[in-house]
Design a protein around this ligand. Structure first.
Ligand code: PMP
Length: 306
């Protein structure tokens, strides 16, 4: 982490080195925090930085907070303003990752959600590639199951629930895989450790529905819209069987950090031809233009930092 950068912490912008919580903070003790992972992209031609879909990210953050009985004095627009102020403060001229968190900020023991103070923090970091093999990743189907909506809501980004993702990811990496695909309790494919999943069969794009314990991904939503509008693809939200994904023509993962990652092997079985397929390739290229504010049509998704 670059500690000379700044963070929004307890109501003001401070050096990241000063943005500290106590070991007795509720969010640290019990994982009672919700967060967002969003990105700002540097556009060299326009010499400007653009946040990608910040309204949607902050909306999901506030919704996640609502599920955890959290209240902060900002709406989506207010949060966008804060995010822009913070990015301007460090005068970034490169791609940036941004992590807003709402957390239970009181100190002390006692598991609950009510009668606790909530705080907002935001920090930024120069962006580094999230997945190394993003054009030919080898994934495994994890033995860990995805958290269920009646345990910890998968549709929200609750800090504590990322233990579930971390277990799947570490076991996959230690076994030599790039990523994990995680099944629901009922055995259907839900998503990756921190990415949604798509499969192509006979030219149709399939992705699990939001009722299959997935995070309601913003990249997922963007890809679905672009696939339909730009490439005329049929996009179907329905459950995907474990064996069905093994015989798909193409598989890819989507996420704000990961962007679009081609999966070319699942548990040693090649996906389709065994190399990145034509639909994944087209979507990746177009998505890169969209996030970098190079398309007119999707310009409303790019919010300039100014
Ligand atoms: N699923 C999980 C569990 C995630 O952590 C992420 C990353 N936020 C995603 C999916 C992808 O969501 P998004 O496209 O909104 O980043």
């Amino acid at each position: 982490m670059d500690l000379t950068k700044h963070a929004f912490f307890e109501g003001k912008i401070v050096p990241l080195s000063e943005a500290k919580v106590s070991v007795a903070t509720h969010g640290f003790l019990y994982g009672t925090a919700v967060f967002s992972g969003m990105r700002a992209y540097w556009n060299e031609e326009k010499h400007a930085l653009f946040l990608f879909r910040p309204y949607d990210h902050f909306r999901r953050l506030l919704e996640s907070g609502r599920m955890l009985a959290m209240e902060i004095p900002y709406d989506e627009e207010g949060l966008i303003r804060l995010a822009i102020d913070l990015l301007k403060h460090d005068n970034y001229q490169q791609d940036v990752y941004m992590r807003p968190t709402i957390y239970k900020a009181d100190m002390g023991i006692g598991v609950r959600l009510h009668n606790l103070r909530d705080e907002l923090s935001i920090f930024t970091a120069p962006y580094e590639a999230y997945v190394q093999n993003d054009m030919n990743s080898h994934v495994t189907i994890s033995s860990w199951r995805r958290v269920d909506d009646n345990m910890i809501p998968a549709r929200s980004k609750v800090a504590g629930s990322y233990v579930n993702s971390a277990l799947a990811k570490t076991d996959a990496n230690r076994a030599g895989f790039d990523e994990a695909l995680v099944l629901n309790a009922d055995g259907h494919i839900s998503e990756g450790s921190a990415m949604n999943v798509f499969m192509v069969r006979n030219g149709v794009l399939y992705t699990p529905p939001i009722t299959d314990n997935i995070l309601e991904g913003i990249t997922r939503r963007s890809v679905m819209e672009v696939a339909q509008k730009e490439f005329g693809l049929e996009v179907v939200e329905r459950s995907i069987d474990r064996t069905e994904i093994l015989i798909a023509d193409e598989v890819f993962l989507t996420g704000s950090a990961a962007q679009i990652v081609a999966v070319t092997k699942i548990d040693f079985r090649p996906v389709g031809s065994g190399s990145m397929g034509p639909i994944t390739t087209k979507l990746r290229t177009f998505y890169e233009d969209v996030v970098r504010a190079r398309t007119q049509k999707y310009a409303s998704w790019n919010v300039e930092v100014k």
